[in-house]
Each structure stands twice: as C-alpha cells, then as structure tokens.
Design a protein around this ligand. Structure first.
Ligand SMILES: [Zn+2]
Length: 479
C-alpha cells in the first residue's frame, strides 16, 4: 500500500510528479494500525492511530478514543504495525564501497583496513554513504550513529549523502594517531595518521558545512590503543567544550585488553577512567571483552555501550549490562566487518548469543527495546526519538503484517524479531517526512547508486590490490 502524496519532500526531489508536498505543512493521521509505542508503560495498541503534526507526533491512542478530527488527512494503515524507527548505534557509512573486507584475510602490507582508507575518496565516501543509508532506511533504520574519518573531501561526501538520505545521522569524526615505537604493532601508518590539530580543524570544518538539522558531527577516538593520550584528551575536551557526545571502539577484542595491560598496566575501562573520559558523554562501541568489574565501573560512570552482536557479540555480558543499568543500544557495525545492515538480525543475535551463557534469557520485547528506546538512550537522544509519544519527533516505520514470516499475527511481537523479513518495512518517516514510501526512497535512484558504487569499488579495489587479493585468496576459480 503506497501512502500517496505525503512524501514530506521538497518539491525539487524526484518522485511521482505532483506527489510531493513540503514537510510539516499539514497534519497526517495514520489510523487502524497495531501501534507499538515503546512509551514508559510499553503500551501496545491493537487498533490505534498516530497523529503527526509537522515534524512531531501530536497524539497517539486507540481508535475508540480518537473522536472528531475535522479535515485532517487520514490514511488507514490496517494490517500494519506502526512503531518507532530503529536506531543503529554503531556503523561506518563511508566504507560501503569496501563491503566484505572482513573476508580479505592475509592481505599483504600493514592491513586491509589501511589499504581501504588510502583509496576512499570523496566519490567513494558519497556513494558508499548513500547506498549504506538507503539500505538502512529500507530496513527501518531512521537514526544512524556513523563513525567516520578521512580527508575533508571524503567526509564532505559522507555529510552530503547523509543530508540527501533524509535519515537522522550522527556522524562521529574519529581521530587515529598511535605512533609509539614501543608498541610497533599499534602504530598507525603515517599516511593515514591524524594530528591533534588536524582532527580538531576537521571537526570545525565539518560542523560548519552541515546544513540539515537531522545531521550532527561530534568527536570520536577511533579506539583505545590506536589513539594517543593527547588525541584522546583533546577530542574529549572538544566534546565537553561544544557539549557534544564522545565515543570510541573499546574492548572489541581480547588482544586489545592484552595490549592495554602491556602498555598501561591496567585494563581498558580503568584506563579510560584514569583519563577522565569515562562519563555519561561516552558511547563505547563493542565492550565485548570487558570483565564484570569493568562493566560495573561503566555503569557507575554512566557511559553507554553499543552492542554489535553479529560480528563480535558472543562474549559480551549483555544480560549483566542491562542488570547493572548500563544504557545499551545495538549496532550493525560497518559493512567491512558485518556485510549486512539488517538491525533486525542484530537484535535477534543479541538475544540468542546470550543464551549460550544464560539459557532462555531475553525476549522479543527486550530486542524491541534495544532496537528503539534503549538505542535512543545510548546515543543521548531519548528526549526526541525512540518511542511514539506526543511531542517527540515523528520518526516511525510501517510494517506490512500480511506476510508468511509475520503470520499468524497473534504472536506479532515475537514474529517481528524472530521471524522478521526486513522487506516487510514499507514506509519510513523521519522527522515528519516520508523518506521511504512503499519501499522506495523519495529521491535516491537506487539502481543507479548501486551500479555507481560497484564501478567505484572495482576501480578503487583494483588500485589498492584488494580486489586481486580477494579473488586470488578464494578457493573458487574466477574465469
Ligand atoms: Zn566499528
């Protein structure tokens, strides 16, 4: 079912002729839906409405309580779930042109990651980010936390694609500068290494270039061991000065714990605490190799964790994190380490991985919380997104329930997580604007973008040697 004219897009965008209106010019009432609110009492309205006014939610309730609505435009969403848009708390959107790099094992030289960073340019950054955000929007992700770095040209491509996508994108521009000769395996090659001044200047530059209220830029330290203390402290100070969020990868691997112990004499979380950066401003990516004492300290300091359950989640103490009261969201991580950007799959993994350690733990309701309101809390945006409540931003998705995967609808909450088919997401609204209508983006030419990204990838991966390595290291024969 197409939602028709309410695309919420400006008249300059592509789409059905005459089928566009400016965002926020009128009310829209979505009726007759199964509404999962994620409000504080977790109300599920089996026959309800969501009333959108401009960029915000005006009212949510049962159809029986709706009453007289005057001339407000109504769309029946019978047979659909309406729920808050999903929140991807950890991703790397500019590297979609390098999707599947996790499979390029044994790449000669310093690493496939650095080889990839060397060839990422403005075009690759734009195309990768556009395709990555399109994939996410089509699967119901309305907000994406994107950790990125590179030249200003690359980062501008990332900003431009973010703005054009219509998604809510929190770009975290990360610094990476380890150059300690005493730890040679951690040294960041000089040609992809930041300086403190360079990273700060890039942050100032990018923040001056953002024009959309849906896109933000904040500082991030790439990881605990590939960032100097000076860089870590300077980026954190920048975040404090401008009242921005701060983040980093931490505890993603066992090796990183060993490296931190060897270099600093303490484990990762106490080390971050000793620097003064472990606080409510901090979002930690992964945290998989934190022990229980470290988790307790994370909780005490009020930092949040993004759990990337598909690519390294088996070891994570998610049950304990939630019991300790840590703000936990889930993330797909980037396309280089988890090819798929299916956050539904990530949510299912988040529950099932824990069952290796705690039989029967978790529920679809827990997974739905991680996808929405808990994700919003983890990235510090729960006052605006993560639930369908009056006054919050109108970020929502409509899911067609008449699908084999979602039938019977008597067990809808369970089916959404454990039998989900992301293509059931038909309409996606961000800030009151219908960005995906019946599966189609309001302005992106999906086929052209995908073809252009593949062409870029063929050129860039050949130039870097990544493509030759990918093919030659396969046991299959390319002819
Ligand atoms: Zn990551």
């Amino acid at each position: 079912m197409a939602l028709g004219p309410n695309t919420g897009e400006s008249a300059t965008a592509k789409g059905s002729p005459g089928a566009v209106v400016a965002a926020g010019t009128k009310d829209l009432l979505l009726t007759d839906a199964f509404v999962i609110t994620m409000n504080p009492t977790r109300d599920v309205i089996t026959n309800g409405y969501v009333w959108i006014r401009g960029d915000s939610i005006h009212k949510v309730g049962t159809m029986a309580s709706l009453g007289e609505t005057g001339g407000v435009e109504r769309r029946s969403m019978g047979d659909h779930v309406i729920m808050p848009g999903l929140i991807n708390t950890h991703n790397h959107i500019s590297s979609f042109g390098l999707r599947a790099m996790q499979d390029w094992r044994g790449f000669p030289g310093d690493s496939a990651m650095y080889a990839g960073l060397r060839v990422l340019d403005g075009e690759g950054g734009y195309l990768g980010s556009a395709v990555g955000l399109l994939e996410q929007l089509q699967g119901g992700i309305t907000t994406c936390k994107a950790l990125e770095a590179g030249s200003d040209e690359l980062m501008l491509g990332c900003v431009r694609a973010s703005e054009e996508s219509g998604a809510r994108v929190a770009i975290a521009r990360y610094g990476m500068d380890a150059a300690d000769n005493a730890a040679p395996n951690l040294i960041v090659p000089e040609d992809v290494r930041d300086t403190v001044d360079g990273a700060i200047q890039s942050l100032d530059f990018l923040r001056s270039k953002v024009t959309s209220p849906l896109v933000t830029v904040s500082p991030d330290a790439f990881s605990v061991m590939r960032v100097s203390k000076e860089m870590m402290l300077a980026l954190h100070e920048y975040a404090v000065k401008h009242n921005l969020r701060f983040g980093m990868h931490a505890g993603a691997t066992e090796n990183e714990q060993k490296e931190c112990l060897a270099k600093n004499g303490i484990r990762i979380v106490p080390y971050l605490d000793s620097l003064g950066v472990l606080n409510p401003r901090l979002l930690i990516g992964h945290g998989s190799w934190f022990d229980l004492d470290e988790c307790t300290l994370v909780a005490k300091r009020g930092a949040a964790i993004s759990h990337c359950s598909v690519n390294n989640g088996g070891r994570s103490l998610v049950k304990e994190w939630l019991e300790l009261g840590i703000k936990v969201g889930i993330g797909t991580d980037g396309p280089t380490s988890n090819n798929s950007q299916d956050l539904w799959e990530v949510a299912k993994f988040a529950i099932y991985n824990q069952r290796i350690r705690h039989r029967g733990w978790g529920s679809s309701e827990t997974a739905l919380e991680l996808l929405t309101i808990r994700g919003a809390e983890a990235i510090g945006m729960a006052d605006r997104i993560g639930s369908l409540e009056a006054g919050k931003a109108a970020d929502l998705i409509c899911i067609d329930t008449i699908r084999p995967t979602l039938s019977p609808t008597t067990s809808l909450l369970s089916n959404l997580i454990k039998a989900h088919d992301r293509s059931a997401v038909r309409h996606v609204m961000v800030n009151g604007a219908m960005v995906i209508n019946d599966g189609q983006h309001r302005s992106f030419d999906s086929r052209k973008l995908c073809r252009d990204l593949s062409k870029w990838a063929e050129r860039a991966q050949t130039k870097s040697g990544l493509l030759q390595h990918y093919k030659s290291s396969s046991p299959f024969r390319y002819i």
